[in-house]
Design a binder for this molecule. Structure first.
Ligand SMILES: [Fe+2]
Ligand SMILES: [Fe+2]
Length: 289
């Protein structure tokens, strides 16, 4: 058993070293990197239409092309707002653990992670404030009550991983989408580049924390973790549907619209698509049953 743990730890150290080296090699100055035109064209897509919340629903047929583009603008501001709030929350958790007992091995990597996330939060906030005039507020997150510090840490890093994989699904598609303005594509491209490292790290760390917990956890605790992660996946996806976005896009009865879109078959399909890789990972590791 002990040799298992050492082997796993060696593997983890090797991965951390590679990721840290890559962080150093890919290092950029975010404050110089992007072009920020005074305004972005209103008659363009701001988010790939396939990623917007009306895609595949009757509203995609009923709204005019310009209404759909306007909606994509507000949905994109909401998407980057979600990033701002998600990053703030994950930074609090990682800063709370760096150089503390149990996190000696990943602390060096945490320095890169914290630095990069601070920069991501800056360029996402800059985009929202510059082109949307605001950062959308988010309803309170799906808070977890954990019966031990070990479970708490596992849930924290699993949440971070789920959040990063959700965002990355959007980033990787939008980086390549020629219908979008270069400023939008650039932000998505750079974020995808950094997040590939964070996701690789997160998958290793979550697996290690889980393996460690399996030595002592009760059946009930493991079932609770699985239930919580399923709720968190759904909660994260729901946050893409924001009533204020529909109101800002000039659509009527925004709360009713949100409810109808959340209940639509297109939403279920989009959620499956978005979390395909994440769900496969969580099932393979046994984190969700
Ligand atoms: Fe990020
Ligand atoms: Fe990240």
């Amino acid at each position: 058993m002990v040799s298992d743990v050492i082997d796993r730890d060696d593997r983890f150290r090797g991965i951390l070293d590679r990721l840290a080296t890559k962080s150093i090699d890919d290092y950029y100055n975010p404050y110089r990197l992007f072009e920020w035109p005074d305004r972005l064209p209103e008659d363009m897509w701001w988010m790939s239409p396939e990623l917007t919340t009306t895609y595949g629903t009757e509203w995609a047929e009923k709204l005019t092309p310009q209404q759909l583009r306007t909606l994509s603008k507000h949905e994109s501001i909401n998407f980057y707002s979600l990033n701002v709030h998600g990053i703030r929350e994950l930074l609090i958790e990682v800063v709370g653990r760096i150089h503390t007992a149990g996190f000696e091995t990943p602390s060096e990597f945490f320095h890169h992670f914290i630095g990069e996330e601070n920069e991501h939060m800056w360029f996402f906030a800059e985009f929202c404030l510059r082109y949307g005039g605001k950062i959308y507020r988010q309803p309170a997150g799906a808070e977890a009550t954990a019966s031990s510090a070990k479970i708490q840490s596992l849930l924290v890093f699993a949440r971070i991983l789920i959040f990063e994989e959700l965002v990355d699904h959007f980033n990787s598609a939008m980086a390549e989408d020629e219908r979008l303005h270069e400023t939008i594509r650039g932000i998505n491209r750079i974020h995808h580049q950094d997040e590939s490292r964070h996701i690789a790290f997160g998958r290793e760390l979550v697996d290690l924390l889980h393996q460690d917990l399996l030595q002592t956890a009760t059946e009930q605790e493991l079932a609770d973790i699985s239930g919580y992660l399923r709720r968190y996946l759904k909660h994260s996806f729901d946050s893409l549907y924001h009533p204020q976005v529909y109101r800002d896009a000039g659509l009527e009865r925004p709360h009713e619209l949100r409810r109808a879109l959340l209940d639509s078959p297109a939403r279920a399909e989009a959620e499956l698509r978005t979390f395909r890789k994440t769900t496969r990972y969580l099932e393979r590791t046994g984190l969700i049953r």
